[in-house]
Design a protein around this ligand. Structure first.
Ligand code: FAD
Length: 203
């Protein structure tokens, strides 16, 4: 139902890490340099969270507070990740870029999702989620708002990519300087969104 998850999973870390790491641990760690949070946020995933006191449900987007900080209480664990079915005429694409080696943690990861209107051209609903470029995953809401309600064209895409690059807060570190990471965000939005759009047109 969601081939994107298989595609992304293949690129996470290396085979040794993938053999032991869990989806719950990846989401709960609050580590900014991960891949899964932005993909699941783009899919509007919700978490089922359990503790001795009972169960609650939280949109994944609301989980993150700051570097390695989440809204989970000490006695709570994530027991399920619930992904609503994608509506018809939807497409999703995730692209991660690693600036040192392919098995390194990502320098930037961009998840894009679009649902098209009945004309298969107008973007009805848009998600652009930026990873690794702030303490928590970032919804590029200005870029999403610009694309929503319009058919995609190269000028619009350029503007959306530039807005998204301005909506994150990257730190300069060994994976790249702040301006470099912003530039990578723009490039990845320009690569990922048209692929999601194309998939939506076929869906
Ligand atoms: C060398 C290396 C490279 C990596 N590269 C990437 C990468 O490229 N992309 C990427 O996305 N990730 C990457 N990771 C992170 C990795 O994929 C795992 O997400 C991470 O190591 C957590 O592993 P784990 O599932 O065993 O959780 P643990 O290490 O067991 O737990 C992590 C934290 O989450 C808590 N926790 C675990 N499970 C739950 C749960 N169900 N509910 C609530 N809290 C929970 C734990 O208490 C702990 O605080 C990398 C990790 C390493 C070591």
């Amino acid at each position: 139902r969601l081939p994107i998850l298989r595609e992304v999973e293949k690129e996470v870390a290396n085979i040794r890490v993938r053999n032991v790491a869990t989806v719950g641990g990846n989401l709960a760690s609050g580590e900014p340099l991960t891949d899964l949070p932005q993909v699941f946020i783009a899919l509007d995933a919700r978490l089922k969270i359990a503790s001795a006191g009972g169960e609650r449900v939280m949109p994944l987007e609301e989980l993150y507070v700051d570097y390695y900080q989440t809204r989970l209480a000490e006695d709570e664990i994530i027991t399920q990740v619930v992904v609503p079915p994608l509506p018809g005429r939807s497409g999703i694409e995730y692209i991660r870029f690693s600036s040192s080696s392919v098995v390194d943690k990502p320098c930037v990861g961009v998840a894009t999702r679009v649902t098209l209107g009945p004309d298969r051209k107008t973007c009805e609903s848009v998600r652009i989620v930026l990873g690794c470029v702030a303490p928590t995953p970032v919804r590029a809401r200005k870029a999403e708002g610009l694309l929503a309600g319009k058919p995609l064209d190269p000028k619009l895409l350029e503007e959306a990519a530039s807005l998204a690059a301005g909506e994150c807060h990257p730190l300069s570190d060994l994976r790249g300087s702040e301006p470099y990471k912003r530039a990578v965000v723009g490039v990845l939005v320009k690569r990922a969104f048209p692929r999601a759009y194309e998939r939506a047109q076929q869906g």
